[in-house]
Design a protein around this ligand. Structure first.
Ligand code: GLN
Length: 566
C-alpha cells in the first residue's frame, strides 16, 4: 500500500506501553490498534522493542521468553512480531524489531568507526537518538502512514527508560505526531469485590515522571469498566473519559479489534491524530468480522495431539512456546468449520526407560493412547531430551494411519523413524543427538561445521525464507496447488543425502527440495499408503494468517477430520 498524501509529510507514531503488570496482552492489544487503523485504509507498520541485552530472541530458551518467531529475512524475534504479522497480514523485517543489545551494538560500532567525530558518546542523548533513527527507518522502509511501537515491559522499570526517553524526545520535536497509549490492568480483589483504579493511576503518574502524558488508557480487566470508574480514572490521570477504552477478558483474541470498535477507539484515534481514515466499513474489516464469527461458530471438534518438550514451567509457558503452531492449527480448523481441541503431550512420556543413548527416559506412557486423536503434530525442537518418545509416537502414527504432521525437528524425526523401522538401520539418528551413530540420517550442514567449532551460535542457523520446488502430484503439491513455494526456516541440520535414494526406494517420498536439489525440504508418504504422513524442514506456522490459513495445515486438518468420521 502506498503512502496517502494526507500523511506523507506527517507520519504518526503511536507508542504503546504497559502499566501495572505484564502479561495482560499488550502485544495483542497493540496488534488490534494497528488493525483498526489498517482497516481504515491506512498503511500501518509495527515495531516491537524488547529491553533485554540479547541481540535477538534466537539465543533464548522458549520456556524463558516464549516462541522465537522467525521473519522472512531471517531475524529471530519475539512472538509479538507474529501477532503483528497475523493481525495485519503483512511481512515485517528486522528493522521492525529492536533490543537494547542492538541499539548499544550500533552506537558502539559507530563510535569505533569515528562516526561521532571525536565527541564524547553518552547514554543520553546518543542511545535515544539511535532508537529514534531506527524507528524512523522502519517507517520509511514500510512507507507507512502510521507506526505502532510497542515498548516491552511495564512503566517504572529501569530497563525501558531510554526507550521512553526516545519517545519523549520525538514528542518534543513533533508534538502533533506522537501519541501514547498505556495498556493497564484493573484488579478486582476477591475480598473487596470492586474494580480498583489506583494501580493504573500510579502507573500513569510514573509515566508522567518520564515526561509523558498518555492519550489513551486501555483498561484490561475481567469485565468492562463502568462509567463511574472511567470518570474516576479520567479525573486522576487527565486522560479524557472517552479515551479510556475497556478491554475485558475475551474468549477469543480475534474479538479484541471488534470490542475496540464498540468503544469507538478507531474513530477517536483517527480524529485525535488527524488521520485520513475511511469512514465506510472496508472489505478488510468485514472479512475480519466474518473470521471472528467463524471462531465462535465452530462446534464440531477435531482432536489434535501436539507432542513436544517445552513443558517444565507449566501449561502457561508451554502454549507460549508453540504459539504460531497453535494459531496455524486454529486458522485451518476454523476455515474447515471445526473447533480445534489441542492436547499437549510430553514426548519424554513415550520413552521406554532404556533409550538408545543409554540414558533413562520418563515414565513410559502407552503410545496406544494416541489412537484417540484425529491428528498428531511434532513441532520444532532442539537437543536430546524427549527425542526417542517422539520417534515412537511417529512410528505409531505411521502404522495406525493417524494423520501426522512433522515441523522441522518433527520432519527429521519422521525420516529417522522411517530409516530405523523400514530400512532397519537400528541406530539411525541425527548428529545433534548421537554423533557416534553409524547411520547419521540427519547431519550437520557443511557450512555449519565451522560455525559450531567457533561456538558462534547467535543468528547462524539456516534462517528465514528460502524457495523450494515440489514434486508434481505429491501430497504437498496438491495441498499448495503449485510447485514453487517459499517458506521460513530455522535449523542447523538436514537430511543426509547419502540416504535419500535408499529411503525413496523404501517408499518415502522427498516431495520438496531446494531448487538445486540438494536440500530435502519435505518428506511424505503417498496418499495410497497413508492418509497424511508428512514432514517439513521449514516452519509453515510462521506464514499462517487468520485470513489466509496455511495450505499444509489445512490439508492436515482435512485428513484429521476424515479420520474422525471413520
Ligand atoms: N534441531 C534441529 C536443527 O537444528 C531442528 C530445528 C527446529 O526444529 N527448529 O536442525
Amino acid at each position: 500500500m502506498g503512502e496517502s498524501m494526507a500523511t506523507k509529510k506527517h507520519p504518526k507514531y503511536i507508542f504503546v506501553v504497559g502499566g501495572v503488570i505484564s502479561g495482560v496482552g499488550k502485544g495483542v492489544a497493540s496488534s488490534s490498534i494497528a488493525k483498526l487503523l489498517q482497516d481504515r485504509g491506512l498503511s500501518v507498520t509495527a515495531i516491537k522493542i524488547d529491553p533485554y541485552i540479547n541481540i535477538d530472541a534466537g539465543t533464548m530458551n522458549p520456556t524463558e521468553h516464549g516462541e522465537v518467531f522467525v521473519l522472512s529475512d531471517g531475524d529471530e524475534t519475539d512472538q509479538d512480531m507474529g501477532n503483528y504479522e497475523r493481525f495485519l497480514n503483512i511481512d515485517l523485517t528486522r528493522t521492525n524489531y529492536m533490543t537494547t543489545g542492538r541499539v548499544y551494538q550500533t552506537v558502539i560500532e559507530r563510535e569505533r568507526n569515528l562516526e561521532y567525530h571525536g565527541k564524547c558518546v553518552e547514554v543520553v542523548p546518543h542511545i535515544p537518538l539511535e532508537i529514534i533513527r531506527r524507528i524512523e527507518k522502519a517507517r520509511k522502509d514500510a512507507r507507512a502512514d502510521v507506526v505502532l511501537i510497542e515498548v516491552g515491559g511495564t512503566v517504572g522499570e529501569y530497563q525501558n527508560m531510554l526507550f521512553l526517553e526516545a519517545a519523549r524526545m520525538m514528542k518534543v520535536r513533533n508534538p502533533h505526531d506522537i501519541f501514547f497509549i498505556v495498556v493497564s490492568y484493573l484488579p478486582v480483589p476477591s475480598k473487596v469485590g470492586e474494580m480498583k483504579t489506583k494501580p493504573t493511576q500510579n502507573a500513569v503518574r510514573t509515566l508522567n515522571a518520564s515526561g509523558i502524558q498518555p492519550d489513551f488508557i486501555i483498561a484490561r480487566a475481567e469485565s468492562a469498566l463502568d462509567a463511574k470508574r472511567k470518570e474516576k480514572l479520567s479525573f486522576a490521570t487527565s486522560v479524557p473519559a472517552k479515551q479510556i477504552i475497556s478491554a475485558p477478558d475475551v474468549e477469543s483474541i480475534y474479538d479484541i479489534p471488534l470490542n475496540f470498535e464498540r468503544e469507538h477507539f478507531g474513530d477517536i484515534l483517527c480524529a485525535l491524530a488527524d488521520l485520513k481514515c475511511s469512514k465506510k466499513e472496508t472489505p478488510a474489516r468485514r472479512n475480519w468480522k466474518k473470521f471472528a464469527a467463524k471462531v465462535h461458530g465452530a462446534k464440531e471438534e477435531v482432536q489434535i495431539a501436539v507432542i513436544g518438550k517445552y513443558f517444565e514451567t507449566g501449561d502457561y509457558v508451554l502454549s507460549d512456546s508453540y504459539l504460531s503452531v497453535i494459531e496455524a492449527i486454529k486458522y485451518s480448523a476454523y476455515a474447515e468449520g471445526k473447533k480445534p481441541v489441542l492436547t499437549w503431550l510430553n514426548s519424554a512420556e513415550f520413552e521406554t526407560p532404556a533409550r538408545l543413548d543409554g540414558r533413562s527416559g520418563g515414565n513410559p506412557k502407552r503410545v496406544e493412547d494416541l489412537k484417540k486423536y484425529d491428528g498428531i503434530i511434532v513441532p520444532g525442537g532442539f537437543g536430546t531430551r524427549g527425542v526417542e518418545g517422539k520417534i515412537r509416537a511417529i512410528e505409531f502414527a505411521r502404522k495406525h494411519k493417524i494423520p501426522y504432521f512433522g515441523l522441522c525437528y518433527g520432519m527429521q524425526m519422521l525420516v529417522i523413524e522411517y530409516a530405523r523401522n523400514v530400512l532397519h538401520l537400528k541406530d539411525a539418528n541425527t548428529r545433534e543427538v548421537n554423533p557416534d551413530a553409524k547411520n547419521i540420517i540427519i547431519d550437520i550442514m557443511e557450512n555449519q561445521k565451522e560455525i559450531l567449532a567457533k561456538k558462534n551460535m547467535g543468528n547462524t542457523m539456516r534462517l528465514g525464507a528460502f524457495p523450494a520446488v515440489l514434486k508434481k502430484g505429491s501430497v504437498a503439491a496438491m495441498a499448495y496447488g503449485k510447485t514453487k513455494i517459499t517458506e521460513r526456516h530455522r535449523h542447523r541440520y538436514e537430511v543426509n543425502n547419502a540416504y535419500v535414494s535408499a529411503l525413496e526406494t523404501a517408499g518415502l517420498v522427498f516431495s520438496g527440495r531446494s531448487p538445486d536439489g540438494n536440500l530435502m525440504e519435505i518428506a511424505e508418504l503417498p496418499k495410497s499408503v497413508h492418509p497424511f504422513f508428512l514432514g517439513v524442514q521449514f516452519h509453515p506456522e510462521f506464514l499462517a494468517r487468520p485470513l489466509a490459513p496455511h495450505p499444509l495445515f489445512t490439508a492436515f486438518i482435512k485428513a484429521a477430520t476424515t479420520k474422525k468420521k471413520k
